[in-house]
Design a protein around this ligand. Structure first.
Ligand code: FES
Length: 151
């Protein structure tokens, strides 16, 4: 029998709540286990750590990494930090936004990120955790096409 979301959250809280600075590792563990941090887990976390719901919610929304809805099929992160910006990442973001408007948008999530550690091969992006360097709009289209065909 699989555990409910709240049982999984309770197990993570039990394992982590006593360590110093427990909130962030708890949020990471919950997201790793459930794919997101369900809104109803906020009260559970707040109670366990003796924090207000607003404090927990504030941390979740502060870090772009955390999500409160289940993941969609593909996550696209385009680096918008300095090195990538100087190599055209802004144009790439605009291209991606336009491109994805014409596709089934629910399948993709587009996020700006700030440095993927690939500055020497900018502009850089990640699709589902896999990095891609020197991404031109044409290369972006090819990568998206590949995802769509499942190859
Ligand atoms: S600035 Fe884009 S990867 Fe570092």
């Amino acid at each position: 029998m699989s555990l409910s979301h709240s049982e999984q959250v309770a197990a993570i809280l039990a394992a982590q709540r006593d360590r110093p600075g427990a909130l962030l590792p708890i949020l990471h563990d919950i997201q790793d286990a459930l794919g997101h941090i369900p809104p109803d887990a906020v009260a559970q976390i707040a109670n366990a750590l003796n924090l207000s719901r607003a404090e927990v919610h504030g941390v979740i929304t502060f870090y772009h990494h955390f999500r409160t809805t289940p993941p969609t099929r593909h996550t696209i992160q385009i680096c918008c930090a300095e090195a990538c910006q100087s190599m055209g990442s802004e144009r790439l973001v605009q291209h991606a936004e336009k491109k994805l408007t014409h596709r089934e948008q629910s399948e993709y999530e587009l996020h700006p990120v700030y440095c993927l550690g690939l500055c020497a091969t900018s502009p850089a992006m990640m699709i589902d955790g896999q990095s891609h360097a020197r991404v031109t709009p044409e290369k972006f289209d090819k990568l998206i096409q590949k995802l769509g065909s499942g190859t």
